[in-house]
Write a protein that binds this ligand. Structure first.
Ligand code: FE2
Length: 379
């Protein structure tokens, strides 16, 4: 089992991953939420996202409203229903606020649909063209784990603000960005014994290859455990780790998620920054809550990871974790769940060479999560 990603691993991924589904990047992530207006204010005010586009009653949409926010390459869409019943209400009722769509940017949405459906993907949306004065966008979509879907977005003939049907959202209220750059990886939690099934889905249906695998011996504390495999597309721009619960003396955090999300779904988005100390300081000052590790973590961390460019003091003060692999090191920190249900959270990550996922921090991190579970009575 490989725990650190070497250049050979990446080569293996490149040769194994088939190019029938070339992905240019993550196009957007859409959350279905109970109150998109207030969620938009939260992501603007606390996270420094900028207002980009809007669709709702003012644009002729009668049943739902969507706010589009962006920070560098990260684009969030927050959608709420305006009427009772319908898919969005059902989704919120079952899952609480959560990620519905992980949209992938492609050159050819029709081919993306045909290639994946041919390989066994369940159709969510047949290829569909939408137009406005700014051009044409082709969409298609397939189902993935739980009620989550991938929408393929072909926007090469479009130069509007976001998508047809949206108007620019020009808000006078603006906040300063906090230095978030792009989505480094996006993690799905699936049910007992479902990890391999969904990794096979990404391999077979979407042409991804497995980058790393962690078993319950890697990811366990005295009390709880989980298993994880990281799937990557050929160019490495899209990385989807998939977690499943594992047996421990107490309840796995993945099982807690599944209980409250009522099924499989997106557990966390890891957002990349070039300066984690500045980014996390800004988020902290705006009220974003992070998991903390005991001060003792910092007494031994440099023995484990060796020399780093940063001073240890601010890392310790903010609770930022450090790990190293063969290629370099990384700095990372995790928020508490950002929703009422203990479901989705964010990771902030700064890579300094390392291409791995912070295996050396798993134990300290999961102990921190257990302390939170204990308080929630869900351990
Ligand atoms: Fe992560």
């Amino acid at each position: 089992m490989s725990t650190n990603i070497t250049p050979q691993d990446l080569e293996k991924v490149n040769s194994q991953a088939e190019d029938f589904l070339p992905l240019l990047g993550t196009d957007y992530v859409e959350l279905y939420v109970g109150n998109a207006k207030q969620a938009a204010y939260y992501y603007q005010t606390a996270w420094g996202f900028q207002p980009v586009a809007y669709a709702g009653l003012e644009t002729g949409r009668k049943d739902s409203v969507s706010y589009v926010l962006q920070q560098d390459k990260i684009r969030l869409v927050l959608t709420s229903p305006l009427q009772p019943d319908g898919d969005i209400n059902a989704h919120i009722n079952a899952h609480g606020d959560g990620v519905k769509v992980v949209a992938l940017w492609v050159d050819d949405a029709t081919k993306s649909y045909e290639e994946t459906v041919k390989r066994g993907a369940k159709s969510y949306m047949k290829p569909r063209t939408e137009k406005d004065k700014n051009g044409t966008v082709v969409f298609s979509g397939i189902h993935t784990y739980g009620e989550t879907v991938h929408i393929f977005v072909e926007r090469k003939n479009y130069n509007g603000t976001f998508l047809p049907g949206y108007m620019p959202w020009d808000k006078t209220y603006k906040t300063e960005a906090v230095g978030l750059k792009f989505i480094d990886h996006m993690v799905g939690n699936v049910g007992w014994n479902e990890m391999n099934k969904w990794c096979e889905f990404y391999a077979k249906v979407m042409g991804f290859a497995q980058l790393v695998s962690f078993d319950d011996k890697d990811i366990s504390t005295e009390y709880t455990a989980l298993m994880s495999k990281v799937m990557s597309n050929g160019n490495g721009r899209i990385k989807f780790p998939i977690n499943e619960p594992a047996e421990g003396r107490k309840k796995s955090q993945i099982e807690e998620y599944i209980d409250f999300y009522n099924g499989a779904g997106v557990q966390h988005m890891a957002l990349a920054t070039d300066n984690i100390i500045e980014t996390v300081s800004a988020l902290h000052n705006r009220g974003v809550e992070f998991l903390t590790v005991p001060a003792s973590y910092y007494e031994t961390v440099l023995d484990r990871v060796g020399e780093i460019d940063e001073d240890l003091a601010p890392l310790k003060e903010l609770g930022i974790l450090i790990d190293r692999d063969d290629e370099g090191y990384l700095l990372q920190i995790f928020t508490k769940p950002v929703l009422d249900r203990p479901t989705m959270f964010f990771e902030i990550i700064q890579r300094k060479g390392a291409q791995s996922f912070g295996k050396g921090n798993f134990k300290a991190l999961f102990e921190a999560i257990e302390r939170e579970q204990e308080q929630r009575g869900t351990l």
